[in-house]
Design a protein around this ligand. Sequence first.
Ligand SMILES: O=C1O[C@H](COP(=O)(O)O)[C@@H](O)[C@H](O)[C@H]1O
Length: 243
Amino acid sequence: MHIFQDQAEVADALASLTMKAAEQAIEERGSFTVALAGGSLIKLLGGLKGKNGIDWDNWHVFWVDERCVPHDDPESNYGGALQALLSDVPIPASQLYAIKESLCQKNEGAAQPCAAEYDARLKGLSRSILPTKDGLPIFDLLLLGFGPDGHICSLFPEHPLLKVTQPWILPISDSPKPPPERITFSMPVVNAAKKKCFTAIGEGKAEMAATIIKSAGDDPKIPASYVKGDVAWLMDAAGASLL
Ligand SMILES: O=C1O[C@H](COP(=O)(O)O)[C@@H](O)[C@H](O)[C@H]1O
């Protein structure tokens, strides 16, 4: 757990952690797989802009969850990351794995086909850049957010999807946070990743950050409590104020 003065310092620390994971993965396997959350995490991604020595050609970027909306919709997690970072760095466009836009022109009914298509696309990559173990993909790094209700990705408190283990990518059509139709990594896919990083910025995150960190794990009221393994926390002073 690392506590910094403000958001700018957290963004810088997030950039350093990501660059280190990327260097290690590229040295070991020749590619780096990172999956991003949406929401407030997006504003921290800009910390990677202008950094030297990043081998962007070998980065492959995914989304841990996505809202089934067109890419230019303000709710699109892909669209947000594009504006915050991805349009300014030379990652080949074919290595940005957004949901298939044509499947979500209308939000209603989009989650099922979007999830099936994303799941199939990821499974296709398991013969190249996405290694698997015990039938699960091993992403190098997940940059996670969490909601004030403790949700991560689009896995919400006491929702049946929390316990679903197959396929890798799940559709949700009744997200309590709008928009209702989304796709999400399953919890086993989250936990199979080599490293996960949570960020908590501002007073609004303080109470839930403290609850997650102090939880005994696997509390269905707090999906973030299920996250296991190599987990880093980067927080500003306000986000860490109730620890
Ligand atoms: O809807 C979502 O919410 C969570 C948390 O967002 P935040 O704005 O409260 O930080 C986010 O991690 C997830 O990716 C997103 O789709």
